[in-house]
Design a binder for this molecule. Structure first.
Ligand SMILES: NC(=O)c1ccc[n+]([C@@H]2O[C@H](COP(=O)([O-])OP(=O)(O)OC[C@H]3O[C@@H](n4cnc5c(N)ncnc54)[C@H](O)[C@@H]3O)[C@@H](O)[C@H]2O)c1
Length: 386
């Protein structure tokens, strides 16, 4: 796979002129630190095809588990959300001592009617020591994989052992990733499907026809959840929806609630939460965004990392109802970005991006204008390796 470095011929001459490549230069600029690896959406698709989706989801789940196990090492905050009538745009930052990441992500349930995705995302890794960005990546496909990986990790920990049947309510962009993650990481062999949009369900059935899963198309949510060990809700509707009601619960069910992830956007009736033991990612964020936004501020929850590291119990009995009130936390994107960065480097995907001005003297930012003024018409990238 080709790697590109985004320096142009004119720019190289300019760099030489500034003494960038002169080892005697006192303020020698480290171009490696200012040309982050860029993974485009097409390159991410090619990478996932090459590694295999199952391996990518499993690899991300392992990265997420490893990072959740060192939870106290992270500087954490609830994401910053800008709400509008039809959606939300969010920034999700997090860091440990060495690495910083953020994700830009939106959630606009009406977008599909406009031919746009409900969820679109990109993100960055950066070096904490210098602040230099090291990786810029698409995160739309990656978010679907990391969300499915997180859901499966939670279900491995919380669902009844031997769970084989899952109801999947909402058959849009995230849904196939959820189905495959639960097949490969949890042992699900049958998925009972429902979506208000029959075309979405037909798309899922066509996409997963060779997966080995038994796919059962259902006429209602109530029909889909009948006999299900696990119920995954991954709908998009900013309308305080209640997809699952208490009368649908069966003893021992695990509910993986993915689509209720911002104020006014819910999937579970309050009675479901009241009847269940509820697990969350980062409590301050989930109280605002999760299905528990309907519950009192002191409603009892357990954070997933505490169950993973054994300090708090998960499921207490075979008959208990468990709910993973997922909203998506920045640490999952940190883990997913690490996974994609390392995979891209190992397999040679991506290109170097001239995101930060390159200067022999970092105090001479003005000098880049004197030198680069005629570069606008030059090619954006130069192939440097194959
Ligand atoms: N928790 C997380 O980490 C996380 C991550 C990514 C996406 N999400 C959320 O997951 C949801 C789904 O995302 P997507 O990208 O698949 O969206 P999408 O728009 O592609 O698909 C959503 C599907 O839900 C269906 N739907 C809406 N209301 C329904 C209802 N009442 N009953 C049955 N089906 C219904 C729609 O017809 C659509 O097919 C969104 O709400 C998104 O914000 C959460």
């Amino acid at each position: 796979m080709a790697i590109y470095i985004a320096t142009r011929p004119e720019e190289t001459a300019c760099i030489d002129k500034q003494g960038l490549q002169d080892p005697k230069s006192q303020r020698m600029h480290n171009t490696q630190n200012t040309t982050p690896l860029y993974l485009s959406a097409p390159d991410a698709v090619a990478l996932v095809r090459r590694k295999g989706l199952k391996n990518c989801i499993a690899g991300m789940a392992e990265h997420i588990r490893a990072d959740f196990l060192r939870w106290p090492e992270f500087d954490k905050s609830a994401r910053v959300a800008n709400h509008s009538k039809d959606g939300v745009i969010e920034l999700m930052p997090i860091s440990d001592d060495t690495t910083y990441s953020f994700k830009y992500v939106n959630g606009h349930p009406k977008n599909t009617a406009l031919g746009l995705s409900t969820v679109m995302a990109f993100g960055v890794l950066a070096d904490v020591a210098t602040g230099a960005p090291t990786f810029v990546s698409e995160l739309t496909l990656t978010t679907a994989m990391r969300t499915a990986a997180t859901s499966a990790l939670a279900a491995q920990t919380l669902a009844r052992p031997g769970s084989r049947v899952m109801a999947l309510i909402g058959n849009g962009a995230q849904s196939e990733f959820q189905a495959l993650a639960f097949q490969h990481l949890v042992g699900i062999d049958t998925v009972r499907l429902f979506d208000l949009d029959p075309q979405a369900t037909a798309k899922l059935v066509a996409n997963l026809s060779a997966s080995g899963l038994t796919l059962v198309v259902c006429a209602s949510i109530a029909e889909a959840v009948q006999g299900a060990d696990i119920v995954t809700t991954v709908t998009a509707d900013k309308a305080c929806a209640t997809i699952i009601t208490a009368d649908m619960l069966q003893p021992g069910m695990h509910i993986n609630a993915v689509g209720g992830d911002c104020p006014g956007k819910t999937e579970l009736a309050a009675g479901v939460l009241a009847a269940a033991k509820v697990f969350v990612e980062f409590t301050p964020q989930t109280r605002i965004e999760g299905d528990i936004q309907q519950m009192p501020a002191d409603f009892a929850v357990t954070e997933l990392w505490e169950v993973l590291n054994g300090t708090r119990s998960g499921r207490d009995s075979a008959a208990q109802i468990t709910v993973f009130d997922s909203v998506g936390f920045a640490l999952e994107d940190f883990s997913a970005l690490r996974f994609m960065h390392d995979a891209a480097l190992a397999l040679g995907y991506g290109e170097r991006l001239a995101l930060i001005p390159q200067m022999a003297d970092p105090k001479n930012l003005f000098g880049t204008l004197l030198c680069n003024q005629d570069l606008a018409a030059q090619p954006r990238a130069e192939r440097v390796a194959a």
